[in-house]
Design a protein around this ligand. Structure first.
Ligand code: ADP
Length: 563
C-alpha cells in the first residue's frame, strides 16, 4: 500500500471574516446603503464596514466576550447588523440572529438556550427587550444599535452601540480561526415544540456563500446592486450578507419598512438589480405597483422562496414587469439553500410553456447538496415526477445535529427535511407539502400546495390554504380556505368550477370556506396546524352526502388536527 500523496497548496481556512476582508480590499469603495431606524439613508463602503466591524470586535473583547460565546442580534436589515455579523464571527464568537417576530416567551427560551452573553438590538425592539430582560438573567448586557442621542427610554439598563464602537480604533487583525469553529446560530421557527438551533461553521458558511453566488444559483456579481428583503434574522438572509462581499455586489438594506411603496422607492432610487424575499412580501410590492402603475427601471431578477412561489406571481413578474424569478427552496437546517429553478441549455430549447412548468417547480440542487425522496419503507423512490416521498438531503452545509441536543436527526447519514416532494426526469424538485400537512384521499396523496396555487391564480383570491377534512369514504378530502381580495367577489361554486381542467378531478376541493385572514408563523408561512384547529368541526357537504349511506362515527367526524 502506498501512502496517499498530500496536496501541496496553502492551507488557508475558509472563514467568515475573510469574505469581508476580500470586499474591503478589492471592492473597497463599493457602497452599502441602509434605510435607518433614525429615518435617513446611511451610506458607506465595504472598507468602512470592515473597519467598524473590527471596532465592534475590539469593543466586545473589551466587554469580556470570549471566542465561542454567543452574541445575539434582534435587528432589521442594516449596516450595523452587518457589522454585528462580522464583528462577532470575526474574532471567533458566534453570531446568534434572533427572529423578533417569534412570541416573546419563545425568544426568551432561545436566548437562555443559546446562553447569549450580549444582545444587540434595534431601538424598535426596546419594548420587547424590556419584556425579555427579566426572563434572561444570564445576559450580561443589552446593547442598543444607536448613539447616545437615540437611546430609547427603557426599564432595562442598556449600552449604546455607537459609544462602544467609536471608543475603539479599529487597528485590529482578525485572529486565526479554525474553519470548523461555529460561526452563526439560527433557530427554526418552532411551529411544533420549542425552536431548535442550527449551528453553522465558518467552513459551511463560506462554502454556502460560494455555492449561492454561482450563476445557476443566486447568480450574484460585482455588477449587481442587491436589496435583500429576506431578513438578516431569517437564516442569514439566505446568505446574501456573505455572497455579496464575496462577489463585490453593492448592498442596499431596507430597514424596517417592508411595504410595497417603501421597497419600490428604494429599489428605484438605488437602481437595485437584484432582490430576494418570501412570496408575501412580493404580493405587497406587486399590489403597490399595480395601483401606482409603476415599472421597474433597474430590477431584473428576484429570488422567491421560503414558501412555494405561486405560478401566477412568477408570470406577473416575468410577463408584466420583465423581472426573472428564481424560485428557491431551502431551510434553516440547510444554511438555507437547497434548490433553485434554473434551466439547462437543453431545457431552454423546449417550448416556452414547458420551460415555464419547470421554472414553477423548486428546481435543481446546487453543488454542495444531494437529495433523494424515500417511501414509507425508507427505500428511494424513482425520479419520474409522479412518485411522492419524504425528501432527504445531505451536504457540507446541511445540519448534522441540533445545538445542545445529543440525538442525531439523521437517517442513514441523510437529513429528513419534513417536506414531501416529487423529483422529475429533469432532476427538478417539486415540493408538494410538509409531511404533516399532506392530504390523503383514498390512500393517495393530494398536494395542498398545488391546490393553493390554482386558487391564488383566481383574480378574486388574495390568499388560500388547503387543509384535510374528515370524510367517511375517502378518509380525508381537501377543504380550501380563502381570503378574498378587497373589492372582489367570488362564490364557493365559482371557485370549485375554476379547478376544472387545472388539476386531476379527484384533487378538486370538496368545499370552500371564506375567512378574513389566515394564521401565519413568525416567518410568514401558513400555520396549517392552527387552521386545522379552527376548522376541526367543519363538515364537508360531500361527507354529509356520503353519511346518508355510511354514517360517520363520532371519531371519524373529528378532522385531522395533528398528525
Ligand atoms: P426558509 O423559510 O428560509 O426556507 P425555514 O427553515 O424557515 O427556512 O423553512 C423551511 C421550510 O419552508 C421548508 O422545509 C419548506 O417546507 C418551506 N419552503 C421553503 N422554500 C419553499 C419553496 N420554495 N416552496 C415550498 N416550500 C418551501
Amino acid at each position: 500500500m502506498t501512502t496517499p500523496l498530500a496536496g501541496q497548496m496553502m492551507d488557508v481556512p475558509l472563514t467568515v471574516p475573510s469574505l469581508l476582508a476580500h470586499a474591503a480590499r478589492h471592492f473597497g469603495s463599493t457602497e452599502i446603503v441602509s434605510r435607518r431606524i433614525e429615518g435617513d439613508l446611511h451610506r458607506y463602503t465595504y472598507r468602512d464596514c470592515e473597519k467598524r466591524a473590527k471596532q465592534l470586535a475590539q469593543a466586545l473583547i473589551a466587554l469580556g466576550v470570549e471566542p465561542g460565546e454567543r452574541v445575539a442580534t434582534l435587528a432589521w436589515n442594516g449596516y450595523r447588523h452587518l457589522e454585528a455579523y462580522y464583528g462577532t464571527t470575526g474574532f471567533g464568537a458566534v453570531c446568534h440572529t434572533i427572529n423578533p417576530r417569534l412570541f416573546p416567551d419563545q425568544i426568551a427560551y432561545i436566548i437562555n438556550h443559546a446562553d447569549d452573553a450580549y444582545v444587540l438590538f434595534d431601538t424598535t425592539f426596546a419594548p420587547l427587550v424590556d419584556v425579555l430582560a427579566p426572563q434572561c438573567p444570564k445576559v450580561r448586557g443589552w446593547i442598543a444599535l444607536a448613539d447616545e442621542a437615540h437611546l430609547p427610554v427603557m426599564q432595562t439598563p442598556v449600552l449604546s452601540y455607537e459609544t462602544l464602537v467609536t471608543a475603539q480604533d479599529g487597528n485590529y487583525e482578525w485572529p486565526p480561526i479554525d474553519e470548523r469553529q461555529a460561526s452563526y446560530l439560527c433557530y427554526t421557527s418552532g411551529t411544533t415544540g420549542n425552536p431548535k438551533g442550527a449551528l453553522y461553521s465558518h467552513r459551511s458558511t463560506v462554502l454556502h456563500a460560494f455555492g449561492a453566488a454561482l450563476p445557476d444559483a443566486m447568480s450574484l456579481s460585482a455588477r449587481d446592486c442587491v436589496l435583500p428583503v429576506v431578513p438578516m434574522f431569517h437564516v442569514n438572509a439566505w446568505g446574501i450578507p456573505h455572497s455579496a462581499p464575496l462577489t463585490g455586489a453593492k448592498l442596499v438594506f431596507p430597514g424596517k419598512d417592508l411595504d410595497g411603496k417603501s421597497l419600490y422607492e428604494l429599489m428605484e432610487s438605488e437602481r437595485v438589480t437584484y432582490s430576494a424575499g418570501v412570496p408575501t412580501v412580493w404580493l405587497g410590492l406587486l399590489n403597490y405597483l399595480r395601483e401606482a402603475k409603476g415599472r421597474f427601471s433597474s430590477l431584473n431578477r428576484t429570488v422567491i422562496g421560503g414558501s412555494a412561489c405561486p405560478p401566477a406571481m412568477l408570470r406577473t413578474f416575468e410577463d408584466d414587469y420583465g423581472v426573472q424569478v428564481i424560485h428557491a427552496w431551502g431551510m434553516t437546517e440547510m444554511s438555507p439553500l437547497g434548490t433553485l429553478s434554473k434551466l439547462t441549455w437543453e431545457q431552454s430549447q423546449r417550448p416556452l410553456e414547458e420551460q415555464r412548468k419547470l421554472l414553477e417547480k423548486q428546481g435543481h440542487v446546487l453543488y454542495g447538496v444531494d437529495m433523494k425522496i424515500v417511501g414509507e419503507d425508507g427505500r428511494e423512490l424513482p425520479w419520474d415526477g409522479v412518485a411522492f416521498g419524504d425528501l432527504h438531503v445531505r451536504g457540507p452545509w446541511v445540519i448534522d445535529r441540533y445545538f445542545r441536543k445529543d440525538d442525531s436527526p439523521l437517517v442513514d447519514g441523510w437529513f429528513p427535511t419534513g417536506d414531501v416532494a416529487t423529483i422529475d426526469r429533469d432532476s427538478f424538485l417539486h415540493i408538494t407539502d410538509r409531511s404533516k400537512d399532506v392530504i390523503k384521499s383514498g390512500g393517495e396523496w393530494i398536494s395542498s400546495i398545488d391546490i393553493e396555487n390554482v386558487a391564488i391564480a383566481h383574480p378574486a383570491v388574495a390568499e388560500a390554504a388547503c387543509i384535510a377534512c374528515a370524510h367517511p369514504k375517502w378518509t380525508e378530502r381537501p377543504l380550501l380556505v380563502v381570503v378574498k381580495r378587497p373589492g372582489f367577489d367570488v362564490t364557493r361554486d365559482e371557485l370549485i368550477a375554476f379547478y376544472e381542467g387545472k388539476v386531476a378531478k379527484w384533487w378538486i376541493p370538496d368545499d370552500v370556506a371564506f375567512v378574513d385572514e389566515l394564521p401565519h408563523t413568525a416567518t410568514g408561512k401558513l400555520q396549517k396546524l392552527k387552521l386545522r384547529d379552527i376548522f376541526r368541526d367543519h363538515v364537508l357537504p360531500s361527507a354529509l352526502e356520503e353519511e346518508k349511506d355510511c354514517p360517520l362515527t363520532p371519531l371519524a367526524r373529528g378532522n385531522p388536527v395533528s398528525r
